[in-house]
Design a protein around this ligand. Structure first.
Ligand code: DQA
Length: 147
């Protein structure tokens, strides 16, 4: 069975109460549920992991090899800084779709550069929590050879 990993970085455990004007009212569970529902519609499964620690996220990417077919990854602030996460994504043969809830291109200039985008399959940016569903759909349909 196809398996997806939804990976979320620092401060995303606070979704729902964290800067709701930017990130909305939805919680991390809502985001994960969207991916789980999308996976079920495609007879696939999804697991979720969130960490506030860069090394934990590196470990999760390394351990995804052979276990997951694709990763939906919101690296949060590490997007803009992390060579370690970029190297981890490059090191594994698992496609990663980068997701950002907010439109990072409308925000501070330091959010407009992603260290990870060049080694990801694609990005979904600025569409709110539905971006997690869209990223899952893109991966699942690519596995089915439909897109
Ligand atoms: C974010 C955007 C990042 O710049 C920020 O540090 C986050 C969330 C987003 O989903 O919009 O924590 O990744």
């Amino acid at each position: 069975m196809t398996r997806l990993l939804v990976l979320n970085g620092p401060n995303l455990n606070l979704l729902g109460k964290r800067e709701p004007g930017i990130y909305g009212q939805g919680t991390l569970k809502d985001a994960v549920d969207l991916v789980k529902e999308t996976a079920e519609e495609h007879e696939a499964e999804a697991d979720a992991y969130q960490s506030n620690h860069e090394g934990d996220l590196v470990d999760a990417i390394q351990q995804a090899e052979g276990k997951y077919d694709g990763i939906i990854f919101n690296p949060a602030a590490y997007t803009h800084t992390s060579i370690a996460l970029r190297d981890a994504i490059s090191a594994v043969d698992v496609p990663v779709v980068e997701v950002h809830i907010s439109n990072v291109h409308q925000r501070e200039s330091f959010r407009q550069h992603s260290m990870l985008a060049p080694v990801c399959k694609g990005q979904v940016v600025g569409l709110g929590l539905i971006g997690y569903r869209l990223a899952a759909l893109a991966l699942l349909e690519s596995f089915e050879g439909r897109r």
